[in-house]
Design a protein around this ligand. Structure first.
Ligand code: HEM
Length: 401
């Protein structure tokens, strides 16, 4: 069956939403705001029965309730789709805690601080490659390389394979939810690739996360091989596209708000304005939407849901809820109270948030300082990725040196 038969363009976002619809990428914020004015939870039957809460109250209730909502399904997709483990994100309590504990040390604030200078050098080297150019693509020539560099430094994966990572991410997030064959193919390609790296580290241990995972034990017992492959699968899927999208959204935004750029470049890198600016990019452009499998018949925001239904975990929609943020629709560079949930909440809260924040801060600082008058080239179109990780895939800009 062709995808188009299955997925005609959405005309009713309350009863027939689709996170892979062409309108989602560019317009998701307006879509969530419109739905919220009418009801707290939208539904669809396009992937079996699935729900979409759009309020902070509904999203928090799902995220905190691991008894009724399982992470065994983290994407709204064909219900018969094959699913590969990627712990801890696909695990439920109590096992979840062990998996999370195994990964967390790789992302602690001390390690991130130690990476900062080298990351700044890396950003400058990307900017140096634009030497003499009048225009650029701030996504393809800049933002997308920064998280690949970070994740390769931490895991020990080869950075030359970046195109392969991006291809897997594109196919697994944008195509696989509608197509089980794509899902199975990407999964087996990734497994084969990761197995080679893990086997290499068993023979040639290094000081990297691949080695730690390759030899990981719980209570003296070797961790299952499929789970070891799963940790690295998660590093590729969670660590690259997410930060690329968040950093890119910020660069896309600032390309259209030079007054904000001028305020930022006028202060030092450790000024609190940089901190509030990055948090506001995270709130406003919040790239990551997750999902859960409903385990029991329960209610969410007064809406009954049934066991085996799917539940979108729309963190970005919660970040635009006027009940949770003053003037939620406004991008405020110095927003003081900003309890956004771009990194999720509850036991699965993002394990890589320190890395993501460091990459976003340094990446944004270096770009804005190098090109304080850059602007969006509106003669070209920006394409937005829809679905699980939303963000601009290209950011055509004039550098206006
Ligand atoms: C701006 C960038 C990022 C955003 C917005 C983001 C967002 C999220 C969100 C919303 C969750 C919660 C998932 C859930 O509740 O099901 C999550 C979990 C996770 N993220 Fe991130 N993430 C980002 C960057 C990263 C990076 C760079 C890494 C590094 C590899 C990473 C690793 C993880 C891991 C391992 C989990 C699972 C934690 C658990 O299940 O206990 N993320 N992330």
């Amino acid at each position: 069956m062709s995808h188009h038969d299955d997925h005609p363009p959405v005309t009713d976002w309350i009863n027939d939403w689709d996170w892979l619809d062409d309108q989602w990428g560019e317009n998701a914020i307006n879509i969530w705001n419109d739905v919220r004015e009418q009801c707290p939870v939208a539904t669809t039957d396009r992937y079996g029965r699935a729900y979409m809460p759009v309020t902070m109250e509904g999203v928090s209730a799902v995220a905190k309730d691991t008894e009724n909502f399982s992470s065994m399904w983290i994407s709204v997709t064909r219900p018969d789709g094959p699913r590969s483990p990627a712990p801890p994100i696909t695990s439920d309590p109590p096992e979840h805690a062990d998996h999370r504990r195994l990964l967390l040390p790789a992302f602690n604030p001390r390690k991130m601080a130690a990476m900062e200078d080298e990351m700044r050098e890396f950003c400058r080297s990307l900017i140096a490659k634009l030497d003499g150019d009048d225009s650029a693509d701030a996504a393809e020539q800049y933002a997308q390389h920064i998280p690949v560099h970070g994740i390769c430094k931490i895991t020990g994966m080869p950075e030359e394979d970046a195109d392969r990572f991006r291809d897997w991410i594109y196919r697994s997030l944008q195509l696989a939810p509608k197509d089980n064959e794509v899902r199975a193919a990407v999964s087996s390609e990734m497994t084969a690739y990761i197995e080679v790296l893990l086997n290499d580290r068993i023979k040639n241990p290094k000081d990297d996360l691949l080695t730690e995972v390759a030899v990981a034990k719980f209570d003296g017992v070797d961790v299952d091989w499929t789970l070891k492959v799963g940790y690295i699968r998660l590093m590729i899927v969670a660590g690259i596209d997410t930060t690329w999208s968040a950093l890119g959204s910020g660069l896309w935004h600032f390309a259209q708000h030079n007054d904000e750029v001028q305020r930022l470049v006028a202060v030092d890198n450790d000024d609190p304005l940089w901190g509030t600016a990055i948090e506001e990019v995270l709130r406003y452009y919040s790239p990551v939407t997750m999902a859960r499998r409903v385990l029991n018949d329960v209610e969410i925001s007064g809406c009954p849901v049934k066991a085996d239904d799917q539940m979108l975990l729309t963190f970005p929609a919660a970040n635009h809820d006027p009940a949770a943020f003053e003037n939620a629709h406004e991008f405020q560079l110095d927003r003081a109270k900003n309890r956004h949930v771009a990194f999720g909440l509850g036991v699965h809260r993002c394990a890589g948030s320190n890395l993501a924040r460091m990459e976003m801060s340094i990446g944004t600082q270096e770009w804005l300082r190098a090109f304080p008058n850059y602007s969006l080239d509106t003669t070209k179109k920006t394409k937005w990725a829809n679905g699980q990780v939303r963000g601009p895939r290209n950011i055509p800009v004039n550098l206006n040196r």
